[in-house]
Design a protein around this ligand. Structure first.
Ligand SMILES: CNC(=O)c1c(C)[nH]c(/C=C2\C(=O)Nc3ccc(Cl)cc32)c1C
Length: 284
């Protein structure tokens, strides 16, 4: 049964997500911390509202260790606002972590780079999350907005959970594009630039961009404006990640950033790589 706003108290605003404000909240009955995200549906068309309800019901039923758990939903009709109550991730998001490391590098501090062991852990856990979404029993879910700000840490340098997804599919393409790409669309795939269909291999492209950025502390394609960025994405040239990271990892990322979606590795094939999947390295 859906909860009520009065079941929670707002502790503080902690971010502005792609669909609205994020607040740290406490459940009054037990003091447990959660995050709720406001989704203002007042300006949505009827069809969008109906698919939003279907999408939230689908996401509510997802249970996976590397996907942020949807806990509850609260509808406040008077303000046409949906509050999605979700699992609290005390480590914040990967965008903050990358920003912190960039500050360290600018300050000339040593060890500003993220350890390869941590990068590979994030790589593996996000592959498991994408596998769960793409092979979901109730229908394939594409993330469509995989980026550091949508990946959350359970603690500092801890495990990661994928959040803030699926809703982009609900909204009409112009609305979701407008909201999803409030910032610069660094992770947009060549097929999205060409306004072609988005599919699982587009999520693989975005994951390749994300893991590249964890290594280089900047995306593979950067530009001063969107036109230049789209040109670079279509050209497909990018520098090697720092040599502190293995040739194996750079080769894998290069395969994920292939222009032709059909040439990119699948999530399944990436999970079969022993250097990524620790369960494959266990002694027989
Ligand atoms: C400065 N921000 C933070 O410290 C922070 C922390 C500790 N957690 C978060 C964000 C979330 C969090 O902790 N759980 C979430 C579930 C879904 C979404 Cl879209 C966001 C979150 C943030 C933004």
């Amino acid at each position: 049964m859906p909860g009520r706003q009065s079941d929670y108290t707002v502790v503080q605003q902690i971010g502005v997500g792609s669909f609205g404000t994020c607040c740290l909240v406490k459940r009054l009955v037990d003091g447990q911390k959660f995050v709720w995200k406001e989704v203002r549906y007042g300006n949505m068309r009827e069809a969008e509202k109906e698919s939003l309800v279907r999408e939230v019901n689908l996401l509510r039923d997802l249970r996976h260790p590397h996907i942020v758990r949807y806990i509850d939903r609260i509808v406040v009709k008077s303000s046409s606002t949906l509050y999605l109550v979700m699992e609290y991730c005390a480590g914040g998001d990967l965008a903050q972590l990358i920003q912190d490391r960039k500050q360290k590098r600018l300050a000339g501090r040593l060890n500003s780079m993220l350890p390869q062991e941590f990068v590979l852990k994030v790589f593996y856990q996000l592959l498991l999350a994408l596998k769960e979404l793409h092979q979901n029993q109730q229908g394939k879910i594409l993330h469509r907005d995989l980026k550091p700000a949508n990946v959350f840490l359970t603690s500092a340098m801890g495990d990661v959970k994928l959040g803030d997804f699926g809703l982009a599919r609900v909204l009409s393409s112009e609305v979701s594009m407008a909201i999803s790409y409030v910032g610069t669309p660094y992770y947009m795939s060549p097929e999205q630039v060409a306004k072609m269909r988005y599919n699982e291999s587009s999520d693989v492209w975005s994951l390749g961009c994300l893991i590249y950025e964890l290594c280089a502390l900047h995306p593979p394609f950067t530009a001063k404006d969107q036109k230049e960025l789209y040109g670079k994405i279509k050209k497909g040239e990018f520098r090697r990640i720092p040599h502190a990271y293995s040739e194996e990892l750079f080769t894998t990322l290069s395969s994920m950033l292939k222009q032709n979606p059909e040439k990119r590795p699948s999530v399944e094939s990436l999970l079969q790589m022993p250097y990524i999947n620790p369960t494959l390295m266990m002694p027989k």
